[in-house]
Design a protein around this ligand. Structure first.
Ligand code: NAD
Length: 483
């Protein structure tokens, strides 16, 4: 059986608190969703651990150590974190696979992506230039980008390592310090970031990584008076609570929430591209992706043919343990399996046409059969609410304007897509779809370097790309009157 990430203390996975590995008496089980069995005991950080973490991060910030580290040396530090994390990949990817249920090959990809965040933002650390602004004779005016100080990072369980890296890397590149709250349901791979920071000799206390209760430790972190910026990724209700809490202290944040993203299939679409995107869009990671292709909007007269081809594809999927790289893997927990099944039952009770799936699979672990609803109206709950499972909702349309209205007809605005071979149609839809990212002919096209975020209930602010840097700095203007 695997050992822990970072450090095990007395057989328990410890937390990385102000540069030390600390175990606590309160432990929870880390359960493998593919078997339903516990494979490790996880220490839950307490309020004292949180206090020590924030105090250490504040001390490092006040010492100006990170800020005065020459930007090219900060860049080198990020490269060292990337190297260290990469060296932890073989065991770490296995841990990520066990705790999340995802395929081993996807866990390896997640490591690669996390490593890339540190390399990408290392490249920006020494290129974050200000402006010189003309004020006329007798003045010099320039801007500098100033770190906020202690930043908080609150991370969900679906991509715990890469989402933690996606905000930690730009925060460190811009000389902030950080406390990262990793998810209770899949904490071990993200805790490896503490080990990577230790190996890279990041100043002690600049980064802490804690697994703890969301309301207790996440809540205390958000409301800590020393925390000056928050990056949250997770559900809408928790995001709303965090935004309300932060309003009292007027603390800036980036919040990445859920979605109900739609892909429109035009009559001229390349069907091979559509079918390829269907696996990645809604069945990969058991559909537990914020920007999942959860709705497919198809020409009415083509609906039966398209649905039939997706069903054929599903019939060819293998189901099983992510360690063996099966196509269909479990959802994260028994409670989440119940939520997904309840959402499916809700669709059936609203007279949704259940084409296939709709039930748990008769095996150990938390598997849900790949599910399709067809002929779904825009008001139905399965077309409006995020399910976060392997459930595809198909909605027919007649005219392009109607397809656009259906796609834009939810409270969310995370991702949207159009499958067409007509560049004019691609441009028309891309201009009008209400979403932070538009995928044309390939769901999830883009990467570490492309900005990512939502509108409406999907959140605000942008992660990834150069845009994310500005989550972690404010711009200071210096105006000088010469003698
Ligand atoms: P969640 O909101 O339940 O939890 C997210 C994190 O917040 C966890 O670490 C949790 O412990 C913590 N938390 C819970 N209550 C808290 C509180 N009161 N104060 C502070 N922190 C608290 O979400 P989840 O179930 O882990 O993740 C699934 C959700 O995340 C889905 O809605 C999904 O769409 C969204 N998501 C969004 C993105 C994106 O980039 N937009 C990416 C991944 C997941």
């Amino acid at each position: 059986m695997p050992t822990g990430s970072g450090a095990m203390v007395d057989g328990r996975q410890a937390n990385f608190v102000a540069g030390k590995w600390v175990a606590s008496d309160e432990v929870i089980d880390n359960i493998n969703p593919a078997t339903g069995e516990s494979f490790a005991a996880i220490s839950m950080a307490g309020l004292a651990d949180l206090e020590r973490s924030v105090a250490a991060a504040q001390r490092v910030h006040e010492s100006r150590l990170m800020y005065e580290l020459a930007p090219h040396k900060r860049a080198a530090m990020l490269h060292s974190i990337a190297d260290a994390l990469n060296s932890l990949k073989p065991d770490g990817a296995r841990l990520l696979c066990l705790e999340s249920g995802k395929r081993l090959r996807d866990a390896e990809d997640e490591f690669d992506e996390a490593v890339r965040y540190f390399r990408y933002y290392s490249g920006i650390a020494d290129k974050l230039e200000g402006r010189s602004i003309p004020l006329g004779s007798g003045y010099i005016d320039y801007t500098v980008h100033v770190p906020y100080g202690v930043t908080a990072h609150i991370v969900p369980w679906n991509f715990p390592l890469s989402i933690a890296a996606r905000s930690l890397a730009p925060a460190l590149a811009t000389a902030n310090t950080a406390v990262v709250k990793v998810p209770e349901l899949a904490p071990m791979a993200a805790l490896l970031l503490g080990r990577a920071c230790e190996m890279a000799e990041v100043p002690e206390g600049a980064v802490s990584i804690l697994c703890g209760s969301g309301p207790l430790i996440g809540g205390a972190l958000v409301n800590h008076p020393s925390v000056q910026q928050v990056a949250f990724t997770g559900s809408v209700p928790v995001g709303q609570k965090i935004l309300a809490d932060l309003a009292h202290r007027v603390v800036p944040s980036v919040v990445e929430l859920g979605g109900k993203s739609a892909g429109i299939v035009a009559r001229d679409a390349n069907m091979a591209r559509v079918l390829d995107s269907i696996y990645w869009g809604i069945f990969f990671n058991a559909g537990q992706v914020c920007s999942a292709l959860s709705r497919l909007i198809v020409p009415r007269e083509m609906q039966d043919e398209i649905v039939g081809r997706i069903e054929e594809k599903i019939a060819g999927f293998s189901v099983g343990n992510g360690l063996e790289n099966h196509d269909i893997t479990p959802v994260i927990s028994e409670a989440h399996q119940e939520r997904v099944l309840a959402a499916i039952d809700g669709g059936i009770s609203q007279d949704g046409r259940l084409v296939c799936g709709g039930h748990r699979l008769n095996r150990a672990g938390y598997f849900v059969a790949p599910t399709i609803f067809a002929d779904v109206d825009v008001e139905m709950t399965v077309a409006q609410k995020e399910i976060f499972g392997p459930v595809l909702v198909v909605q027919p349309y007649d005219r392009d304007e109607e397809a656009l209205a259906i796609a834009n007809g939810t409270d969310f605005g995370l991702a949207a897509g159009i499958f067409t071979q007509d560049i004019d149609r691609a441009g028309w839809f891309s201009d009008r779809l209400n979403a932070g990212q538009i995928y044309v002919n390939e769901w999830y096209a883009g990467g570490v370097e492309t900005p990512f975020g939502g509108t409406g209930m999907s959140g605000n602010g942008r992660d990834k790309g150069q845009e994310a840097i500005f989550n972690y700095v404010h711009t200071r203007n210096v105006a000088i009157r010469l003698a």
